[in-house]
Each structure stands twice: as structure tokens, then as C-alpha cells.
Design a binder for this molecule. Structure first.
Ligand SMILES: [Fe+2]
Length: 411
């Protein structure tokens, strides 16, 4: 735990205020109102690929007590090699399984907000410390599908956050790990050390498990007819990163305290929109990976009151693709609108598209990068983005196309 006398924690040999360091947003889970429409939107329209499906009724119809709830399956989807970047569960079905409303209640559509830390050791030590600090812990261990080691805890509004290490990577064949390998699931904090993945695969081979028997998505219904910067795709853009996430919270001071003092976020800067505080936080070099604002701002912006998710960001590969994405999605009847620029400091041109549940998906291509001195660019040095003005080309900024790169081929 804390190193004596310093109050600091040894994180891989560096003394820090928490025994872990969040590196990035890993995935996000949504509890949906219309599961079938949401899956179609995020897969066919936006390009996420289904990686695994959890079917509570094993291929059968909904039992009578769940009739009228629509598709009750859980879906794991990806845009890159992480096993999942977006997870979808049926909100009414999950509420039915949680009559006390401990995790699922109307107005909370967040299944999980999941942050990657640097090692399994950081997950385990982080869990112990957060628990000792009196945080509202949910569970810890290792979940399948996905194979990531984790601990779950609630933020002051009850949104479930997850810290994890080691999510399964999907390779060029597109197959996920076979369910026969899920015996390496853990429902408690693991003893350390654990065997590595090479050893796990060897063990599976010794058991005679077919390594290619995992799920592989089927996109045969799509036309791969768009030339997207040299690659044929069913849509004229490619998501290259998820986040930032925006949250409406009941008490912004309490939420800031949780995300900074418990999870270690750094405040980059603040804005005022419609008279309300908007706070931008980061945990790496991106200007922000999390935006917090009071719930009172939601109605002022005209956003849906069915969710405390203010927005979920998708970074597209470049500016041209962002313009093409807006044209592609609005032509299919999805609505898009810009919000005041105070809502997206550091992001250059961006726009919000509304998913079938009415949740705002923020499409953008640029994220200002913050260096060693922690200072964001001065307002006067930023591009003056005007709502409704989308020039065909933009002059480069000093940090154009910088930040975390996408790895591997587009698919
Ligand atoms: Fe997760």
C-alpha cells in the first residue's frame, strides 16, 4: 500500500497519489431502450463489429415475463483489436433482474465506464485501496467474454466505473476466444502472479480446445462499396478511437472530487455553458477523456432526459471522413446538430449525431494534446470554429493527427 512517510504509492517504481494510473478509456457499456435498433445503428451505420453475444434464452423466444422487451441479448462490439469497445444490454431486461435498483434504474443508461490501467498489479492494489477509502465497490475478478482483469466501483451518481488490465485482442481472423476457455474466469480478486496468455493458450491446446471456434461477425448483408482513403468499406469513415465521455451529474463538486482524488483524473480546463460549469478532465495527453456538467444543463441544451450520458465521442480517422460521415448518417435519417463550442474545448470541428435511443454521439477528428506542462492551448491560439461552417479543407494545427494512433488495418 502507501509507502511509509510519503503518503504515495509505488506504481511500477514511480511514487503516485493512487496505486494505479489510468491510461485511456477502454470501453463503454450502454443499457438500451430499443436494443435491436441500437445494435443496427452502432454496427451497420457506425461500423462496430459484433464480437460475442450473450443470449440469456439460448436462442429461444423471450419467456412470458420478458415478453415485449424486445431483444434481450447482450452484445460485445469492437472497432479495433480490443475485444470490446462498446457493450450493449437491454435496459428493461436488466432492470427486471435488479428489482432493488442497485445498478439499473430509469435515467441511468450506463452499464459501465471502463478505464485501462497499466498492469494487473495496479488493478489489484487499486481495488484494495479504493475499498479501504470507502468507495462503493461492486465486484472484482476477471470477466468473460473479454478476459480483462478488473474491479468495478460506482461514482457518486451510481455510474459504474471499471479499472482493468489485459483485455483480449482480436486478430486478423476476427475470431474471439472460444467460450470453452472461459474456465479462466474469476469472480474474486486474484492471487498474484497469474499465468500469462501464452501459457493459457498452451493449456487450451492441451485440453483439445479448437482455437478457431470462437464467434466471428457476419457482415455479408453490407456492401463494401465505399473507397475510404484507399480501403473498401460499407461506410465512408472509420472510427479510430472511442471517447471522450460526457456525464451529467447531480453534484459536480462531489463528482470532480471522486474522479480526481479517487481515480486520478487531471482537470485540463473549465468552461461555462448556459450559465453552468463544464469541466474537462484527462488521464493521458488528450485534452479530455471525460467531461462533467451539472444535470441542470441537460434541458438547457435540449438533450434527452432519459440518460445521464451527455455524449459519447467517436474519433474518426480524418476531417474529410467526418464531413462524409455526417452526410452519410443524415441521409439515412439520423439527426445531427452542433452544440455550443464551450461543450467541446480542444476538439476543433465536431458534431452530435443522435442514436435510436436519443443519446448524443459526438463525432470529431481532432483532439488537442496536452504536454508535460499540463497547459491547454490558449483560446486565442485555437481555431475559431463557427457552428454551421464546415470548410472543405482546414489549415493544419501544430498537433493535427497527433495523439494515440489506431493500430492495424481498417476493417
Ligand atoms: Fe468491462
Amino acid at each position: 500500500m502507501a509507502r511509509a512517510g510519503t503518503g504515495k504509492f509505488d506504481v511500477g517504481g514511480v511514487l503516485m497519489d493512487q496505486p494505479f494510473k489510468i491510461r485511456r478509456l477502454g470501453h463503454f457499456g450502454m443499457n438500451t431502450q430499443d436494443q435491436a435498433a441500437m445494435i443496427r445503428f452502432y454496427t451497420d451505420a457506425l461500423g462496430f463489429k459484433i464480437v460475442d453475444v450473450r443470449d440469456p434464452f439460448k436462442g429461444g423466444p423471450n419467456p412470458p415475463e420478458f415478453a415485449g422487451m424486445g431483444d434481450c441479448k447482450g452484445y460485445f462490439t469492437r472497432y479495433a483489436s480490443d475485444h470490446h469497445a462498446l457493450v450493449f444490454y437491454n435496459h428493461r431486461f436488466r432492470m427486471a433482474g435488479d428489482p432493488d435498483g442497485k445498478r439499473f434504474w430509469p435515467g441511468n443508461t450506463i452499464n459501465q465506464i471502463t478505464w485501462q490501467v497499466g498492469s494487473l498489479h495496479e488493478v489489484v492494489e487499486g481495488h484494495k485501496w479504493l475499498e479501504s477509502e470507502g468507495c462503493d465497490m461492486v465486484r472484482a475478478g476477471r470477466d468473460m467474454p473479454g478476459s480483462n482483469w478488473h474491479t468495478y466501483l460506482k461514482d457518486p451518481d451510481g455510474h459504474v466505473n471499471e479499472l482493468y488490465y489485459g483485455i483480449e485482442q482480436i486478430g486478423w481472423t476476427g475470431h474471439s476466444k472460444p467460450w470453452d476457455m472461459f474456465y479462466r474466469e474469476f469472480s474474486e480478486v486474484p492471487e498474484l502472479p497469474q499465468m500469462n496468455e501464452y501459457q493459457e493458450v498452451n493449456e487450451a491446446l492441451e485440453k483439445g480446445i479448437d482455437l478457431m471456434s470462437g464467434y466471428r461477425t457476419n457482415e455479408e448483408h453490407l456492401a463494401f462499396d465505399k473507397d475510404v482513403d484507399g480501403i473498401l468499406m460499407p461506410r465512408p469513415f472509420k472510427t479510430v478511437k472511442i471517447g471522450p465521455l460526457g456525464l451529467f451529474v447531480k453534484d459536480i463538486a462531489v463528482s470532480i472530487d471522486f474522479y480526481t482524488h479517487r481515480l486520478g483524473f487531471i482537470i485540463t480546463e473549465e468552461a461555462t455553458c448556459e450559465g453552468e460549469r463544464v469541466v474537462f478532465l484527462r488521464n493521458n495527453t488528450e485534452h479530455h477523456s471525460l467531461t462533467l456538467a451539472p444535470t441542470e444543463l441537460r434541458a438547457k441544451l435540449g438533450l434527452s432526459d432519459h440518460t445521464s450520458t451527455m455524449s459519447f465521442g467517436l474519433q474518426l480517422a480524418n476531417y474529410r471522413q467526418l464531413r462524409d460521415a455526417v452526410a452519410f448518417l443524415t441521409a439515412q435519417g439520423f439527426s445531427a446538430r452542433e452544440l455550443p463550442p464551450e461543450m467541446s474545448l480542444g476538439m476543433d470541428h465536431n458534431i452530435y449525431v443522435f442514436d435510436p435511443d436519443g443519446q448524443a454521439v459526438q463525432l470529431y477528428f481532432h483532439m488537442e494534446q496536452v504536454g508535460w506542462d499540463g497547459k491547454p492551448r490558449k483560446t486565442a491560439e485555437r481555431r475559431a470554429v463557427q457552428q454551421g461552417n464546415w470548410p472543405e479543407t482546414l489549415d493544419a494545427l501544430p498537433d493535427s493527427y497527433t495523439g494515440e494512433p489506431y493500430l492495424g488495418p481498417w476493417n
